[in-house]
Design a protein around this ligand. Structure first.
Ligand SMILES: [Zn+2]
Length: 183
């Protein structure tokens, strides 16, 4: 557990030095905004300052490719909680250029599962629940998938009419943003 020990040491130093003080915020997002973004590591500390935002300003939820596939899954539930329980009125779906999800190969990923010990029997059983390879398959061009997710949110029957939904694409080196779909 060397990794955990390193994290715990860093955490102790963080708390002891009161480094948390600059992050103190309220629970309700100050900017009444939610961002759905990709889990890409390059975005983890880049995203908020690139948009002039700081800790506490927004809710951030992440999924691979900034994609929602299920209108009644946990991501959409998070958005509805954000709107109805935390006064959020603005939603930004922020994908990015050079997204790993754009080129994902579902068949190759299932081969990797086999090579790491997941048996054919288990993979066959999972096929009864989901079309596994297609479920894991690439999303194609990020602009198209951002538009799809924006539309899924906009057309959700439980979305109030006063909530703005915007699609953006971020360049992961410079943090530059371009508009994919305005409200
Ligand atoms: Zn990505």
């Amino acid at each position: 557990m060397v990794r955990l020990e390193r994290l715990l040491l860093a955490n102790q130093a963080f708390v002891d030095s009161q480094a948390y003080e600059e992050f103190i915020a309220t629970k309700v997002p100050a900017e009444k905004t939610l961002i759905l973004s990709c889990m890409d590591a390059r975005l983890s500390a880049l995203l908020l300052p690139a948009l002039g935002l700081k800790n506490g300003d927004v809710h951030v939820i992440k999924s691979a490719g900034a994609i929602i596939t299920d209108p009644y899954g946990s991501l959409m539930r998070s958005i509805l909680v954000s709107i109805y329980e935390f006064e959020v009125e603005h939603i930004f779906v922020i994908g990015h250029d050079d997204c790993g999800m754009a080129h994902l190969d579902g068949w190759s990923m299932v081969d990797k599962m086999r090579s790491r010990g997941i048996s054919d029997e288990i993979i066959d059983a999972v096929h009864h629940h989901v079309d596994l390879e297609n479920w894991l398959q690439k999303i194609g061009h990020s602009d198209t998938s951002i538009k799809k997710t924006v539309q899924l949110i906009k057309k959700h029957p439980l979305l109030p009419t006063n909530v703005e939904v915007v699609g953006l694409c971020l360049e992961p080196k410079t943090g530059g943003i371009r508009i994919i779909e305005a409200s």
